[in-house]
Design a protein around this ligand. Structure first.
Ligand code: ADP
Length: 516
């Protein structure tokens, strides 16, 4: 440092540096300092940083990079207050740093001669020399670094907001498969806190046995493939949640897993299946009802024509004056019974259409079931003996039975339908009907020991117009409307009906009405 170079040697070195560095090192007029050593000058000129020497806050020396950085010529910068080449808001800081002799690096916004700005990182050091106080400051233009940092921050915040606002759960794993980041949706979906799972291996989210059966396919991910699978993860409460997991290796150090909660989708699928089932059932019912209606109309024309022919045919015969009194009486009996059968058919059809068009009101009154049952029994005694059946009834001697609030006409009609069927489908057997209170309901039953009803038919007999076809061709006369009417009447009174039967052994029809 103390070694002196000859002027010639210096000139050669400076020249060499000028050529090598491609700029001109100016002569400095500030003699004393300049003369210290050309070598320092060369060092300073070669530096990329701006180097300044300040005295009392004013610039007394600057290198080429420093001048260029602020856009001043050497002559212009010498004598300038150091703070003046920074934006006004930062000038106080600059002054304070100089005054306090602070040597920590700090940042400020530089103001070039042409008014443009740049980010500067400044580091100063104050020292004494020959009883004068100098400060050497280096300035680095960190605009590019700042911009890059800013861009990184922006892109990170963009990434964060995408990740945080995603409806799907997002997990990021490191190269070993440990979870290093997780978004809010995943935490919400599973009930975990971030610290429960961060730094844990992703496998903690799955059931151990399931993992054994279906291991995580890191092998495929490492080949660069995306893996999309449906499986279950276990939430914090230990419950399985159906999910769709889409994973990929995004870099050497990271895996990404996007996890979609399938619970809603599953529920919607289940609902859809339910709706489809209902639609299918409704369609089948409509088709069945349509088929039954067609069959009914064909049947009806037969059912009506037979008694009608009876009425007309035997009425015609009555016109013959030569008929004996016995024959006349027989013909009249046939005409009467045919007329009754016609009336029965017409009544049933009228009843069902009244129910279906809502024209049948429910009229409640207090009824003594004992006398109702007596009436029905009396009414059916002749039919019972005709079919060689023992007919009996049983009503519990209970206040609820003596004063039961219901629509008597409807209850009677249902019992008549059920007892009439029981007698129709039972021969040489027993038919018993009755009622007893049961909790807050009245339980009615009609029991027979007849042919019974197959399991498949037990549901269908309540469909409109449905009639079981029994082998042998001697199907009892009917419209297939009796049970359908009965069911609708019971439902109108808030009750329900059911049949139990073992084919060949008999059937029991039960119905319940609420005690009001
Ligand atoms: P229908 O007026 O033609 O008898 P229902 O609706 O009353 O019509 O009955 C429908 C079908 O249910 C009948 O055709 C019969 O096959 C069957 N059924 C009803 N009651 C009984 C019963 N007690 N035993 C056996 N079969 C019955």
């Amino acid at each position: 440092m103390t070694e002196h170079l000859s002027n010639r040697e210096l000139e050669v070195r400076v020249k060499y540096l000028e050529e090598k560095l491609g700029y001109f090192i100016e002569e400095n007029s500030m003699g004393s300092f300049w003369s210290m050593d050309h070598r320092f000058r060369i060092l300073a000129e070669a530096a990329h940083e701006g180097i300044f020497i300040l005295e009392n806050g004013f610039c007394i020396e600057a290198n080429h990079s420093g001048c260029e950085m602020f856009g001043y010529s050497y002559q212009e910068i010498i004598g300038k207050a150091a703070s003046s080449v920074f934006i006004p808001e930062h000038r106080d800081i600059i002054r304070k740093k100089i005054e306090s002799r602070d040597s920590e690096a700090y940042e400020a916004t530089g103001l070039r001669k042409d008014g443009t700005l740049f980010s500067a990182e400044i580091r100063g050091r104050t020292f004494e020399y020959e009883n004068r106080t100098f400060r050497v400051s280096t300035v680095v233009d960190i605009t590019a670094r700042k911009t890059a940092e800013q861009k990184l921050l922006e892109s990170e915040s963009k990434y964060r907001s995408v990740v945080e606002n995603a409806a799907d759960g997002i997990l990021i794993g490191d190269a070993r498969g440990n979870i290093v980041d997780v978004n809010g949706s995943f935490l919400k979906m599973t009930g975990y806190e971030a610290h429960d799972i961060l730094q844990h291996h992703i496998s903690i989210l799955f059931d151990r046995d399931e993992l054994k059966e279906r291991p995580l396919r890191f092998d495929l991910l490492d080949l660069g493939e995306s893996v999309i699978i449906e499986r279950e993860i276990v939430n914090k409460a230990g419950e399985g949640i159906p999910i769709e997991m889409n994973s990929k290796r995004t870099s050497k150090d990271n895996y990404l897993a996007i996890i979609r909660d399938l619970r809603e989708r599953r529920k919607a699928e289940e609902n859809l299946r339910g709706i489809n089932r209902e639609l299918k059932e409704a369609k089948e019912k409509a088709e069945e009802s349509d088929r039954l209606k067609t069959a009914f109309l064909a049947n009806m024309s037969h059912e009506i024509r037979t008694p009608m022919n009876g009425v007309l045919g035997f009425a015609e015969l009555l016109k013959d004056p030569d008929q004996s009194t016995d024959s006349r009486n027989t013909y009249l009996d046939i005409i009467i019974s045919s007329g009754q059968q016609l009336l029965h058919i017409i009544n049933d059809v009228l009843a069902i259409s009244k129910i279906e068009t809502g024209q049948m009101p429910v009229l409640f009154s207090r009824v003594d079931l004992m006398s109702t049952f007596e009436d029905i029994h009396r009414f059916f005694v002749p039919f019972a003996s005709e079919t060689r059946n023992q007919l009996s009834y049983e009503v519990e001697d209970h206040p609820a039975c003596h004063s039961f609030e219901c629509d008597e006409t409807k209850v009677k009609q249902v019992l008549i339908n059920l007892v009439s069927n029981a007698l129709k489908f039972t021969h040489d057997g027993k038919v018993k009907f009755g009622a007893y209170p049961e909790a807050d309901r009245m339980h009615f039953f009609v029991k027979d020991t007849g042919i019974g009803i197959s399991a498949a038919d037990q549901k269908r007999i309540f469909y409109r117009f449905y009639q079981v076809t029994h082998g042998g061709g001697d199907n009892p006369k009917g419209t297939g409307l009796g049970l359908s009417i009965s069911q609708r009447l019971i439902e109108m009174m808030g009750g329900d009906i059911r049949v139990d039967s073992t084919p060949g052994e008999g059937a029991v029809f039960h119905f319940w009405l609420p005690v009001r």
